[in-house]
Design a binder for this molecule. Sequence first.
Ligand SMILES: [Zn+2]
Ligand SMILES: [Zn+2]
Length: 138
Amino acid sequence: MITGSCLCGVVRYEIAAAGPTYHCHCGNCRKWSGSAFASSMRAPMESLRLVGGAEALSRYESSPGVMRCFCKHCGSSVLTERHDKGLVHIRLGTTDGDPGVRPQFHAFVASKAPWLEITDDLPQIEGSSFGFVADPPP
Ligand SMILES: [Zn+2]
Ligand SMILES: [Zn+2]
């Protein structure tokens, strides 16, 4: 069981099935995270359980069907809901302790920040991560 929380601690979650984990370099993730890329773990929507602060989770629809969920108190970007695919993308930086997973690849490197140099040996995918690795069962 992987657990996580936002910066102020109001939003808390548990996730049962750890899915593909990766660094996303797309322009939306860069803007939303305010950083070079967003490290995320994909999981089936039904494997996520909000154990606290469900009412504090605000949503921004960055593209049709893509809801970016953040804590309305502290602003932490916690997760993205993909209602079109039945998946969530948990921001790995919100997990508590060692989630036991490690990033497996870079996605959307075609949109990478020009000031970032990727220095690890992980596979680099030009576009979306869908299809590169399978999602876990719920
Ligand atoms: Zn918060
Ligand atoms: Zn992205």
